[in-house]
Every structure is written in C-alpha cells, then in structure tokens.
Design a protein around this ligand. Structure first.
Ligand SMILES: [Mg+2]
Length: 175
C-alpha cells in the first residue's frame, strides 16, 4: 500500500481569490513546492482533491478546470515536482463534495492508499473528511487563511496551523 499527501487546491496550492479558473489568476504559495518535494522524496503519492462548485454555478466549465489543472501540472513538472492526480468535484449534492469522502475513497482505491498513514492539507472546515467506522481519515492539517476554522473538530488527528510555513516544518517531522 502507498501513503499519500492529499492537498486541497484553493488556499493551499494557490491563493483563494474565489472561483479561480484562469491561469493568470494563479498566485502560488511557494511553500507548497517544498511540501510536494518532501512528499515525493519520502515515497508519498501527491493528490489534489478540490471542490469546484463554480462549475455547478456556471461560473466556469469542466474544460476550464481541466485546462487550468493541466497548466498547473506543467508548471510543477518544470520544477521536477510530481502531482499524481488532480481530482475535482463539480457538484453540490454529491458524495464527492468535501467533507464527504467520495474523492478521498476514489483516490484510495485507484492508488491503493493507506489513509491512516496519509495526510490531508486544507484551509476549510470542509477539508476535514467525514468518516465512519469503515475508514480512518488522514491526519489533517488546516492552515488559517480566509476561512473561519473555529468550528473545526480538532479531535482525531486534526490540527490548525498559522501558515503554510508552519505546516512545512511539521511535515518535515511527520512525513
Ligand atoms: Mg481551500
């Protein structure tokens, strides 16, 4: 089985400016490059899991999201950074929409991932996956950004960090 570093997209890879879909609007958090590099070196798969309700709300299309992910992936590849997969959820009422675990379980199946040895990095309460007794959510690190995290359930391996840099420091210890 593999281990994985799961990354939310908006607010983790790039600044969340609300319904980002154009390459010109991508402002990277540079710390994420180090996160990915470290994960690769330590044998983790790197997988982006992102809610993209902007498709549902017709702010942009599936093609826009896929073109953006292709560009983002090319940019990372040029830095020798590998993201194994970009999984998104376009729907509001879907088992795949975080915090529901559809995308997580899809990735787990596809890449044979041990979730209990994996990590999820996000910036919203909804990046803490709902679980049941069938699986254990990955250790989850939330970064304080645009969103209120006061309602985050901090039990079960969920921690809040002040910024991306602090998460990098923690990942150095735990990955
Ligand atoms: Mg986010």
């Amino acid at each position: 089985m593999h281990k994985a570093l799961f990354l939310d997209r908006d607010g983790i890879l790039n600044v969340d400016r609300g319904y980002v879909y154009k390459w010109e609007d991508i402002v990277w958090y540079e710390e994420v490059f180090e996160m990915i590099k470290m994960a690769m070196e330590r044998g983790y798969k790197v997988i982006v899991l992102t809610n993209q309700s902007g498709i549902h709300y017709k702010k942009y299309t599936v093609e826009d999201v896929e073109a953006l992910h292709k560009k983002m992936n090319e940019f990372l590849t040029a830095k020798n950074l590998v993201v194994n997969d970009w999984i998104y959820c376009a729907e509001m009422d879907s088992e795949n929409r975080k915090p529901r675990p559809g995308m997580l379980l899809q990735a787990q199946k596809k890449y044979d991932i041990d979730l209990s040895k994996s990590f999820m990095i996000g910036d919203k309460v909804t990046d803490v996956f709902e679980t049941d007794d069938k699986f254990k959510r990955p250790t989850t690190f939330l970064v304080k950004g645009e969103y209120d995290l006061s309602k985050a359930n901090l039990k079960d391996n969920v921690r809040i960090f002040a910024n991306h840099k602090d998460i990098v420091e923690e990942l150095k210890k735990v990955l």
